[in-house]
Design a protein around this ligand. Structure first.
Ligand code: GTP
Ligand code: MG
Length: 170
């Protein structure tokens, strides 16, 4: 028995963390070195088959620039899943990710599936946030954590696949 599930998914995180790059990798299998900063938000959709179900992700890629922060609730309201993205080479972006998690915990869907993505894992020499500290934070806050690279594609399909597996089946 195959179920078709539509799932609204939102990406949140600091400017330049790699939200759009992760979506571009997931949806189109592409990466660009000079991805333009998102204005407002961008919409994508992508379908994934997991076990007994076909999940159609309706993806809102939000803008990390502070002036767009007030728009975010429009995109996370009613979302079944959220990917909170930080840049592993930037401590401030990890702090920003924690703020997004807190906002989602306070104002998001009660049953939202939350993933924490430590992106740019390919930049080994510039790492500022350890996988251990992010894993501890994620565990304490009920998220699952993966380090990703939109550039090399490491864990990009995997993180969306893991979300799909965790979505409640109607
Ligand atoms: P806003 O739209 O401004 O909020 O930023 P964003 O989170 O969408 O970041 P974006 O995807 O635009 O990426 C910012 C920059 O980081 C771009 O120049 C990307 O090429 C680069 N980038 C994104 N992901 C990776 C990655 O995994 N590895 C490396 N090396 N660079 C990346
Ligand atoms: Mg963007």
């Amino acid at each position: 028995r195959n179920k078709n599930i539509n799932a609204k998914l939102v990406l949140l995180g600091d400017v330049g963390a790699g939200k759009s790059s992760l979506v571009l990798r997931f949806v189109k299998g592409q990466f660009v070195d000079f991805q333009e900063s998102t204005i407002g938000a961008a919409f994508f959709s992508q379908t994934l088959a997991v076990n007994d179900a076909t999940i159609k992700f309706e993806i809102w890629d939000t803008a990390g620039q502070e002036r767009y922060h007030s728009l975010a609730p429009m995109y996370y309201r009613g979302a079944a899943a959220a990917v909170v993205v930080y840049d592993t080479t930037n401590q401030a972006s990890f702090a920003c990710a924690k703020k997004w998690v807190t906002e989602l915990q306070e104002q998001g869907n009660t049953n939202i599936v939350m993933a924490l993505a430590g992106n740019k894992s390919d930049l080994l020499d510039s790492r500022k946030v350890t996988a251990e500290e992010a894993q501890v934070y994620a565990q304490e806050n009920g998220l699952f954590f993966m380090e990703t690279s939109a550039k090399t594609a490491q864990n990009v399909n995997e993180i969306f696949h893991e979300i799909a597996k965790r979505l409640p089946r109607a």
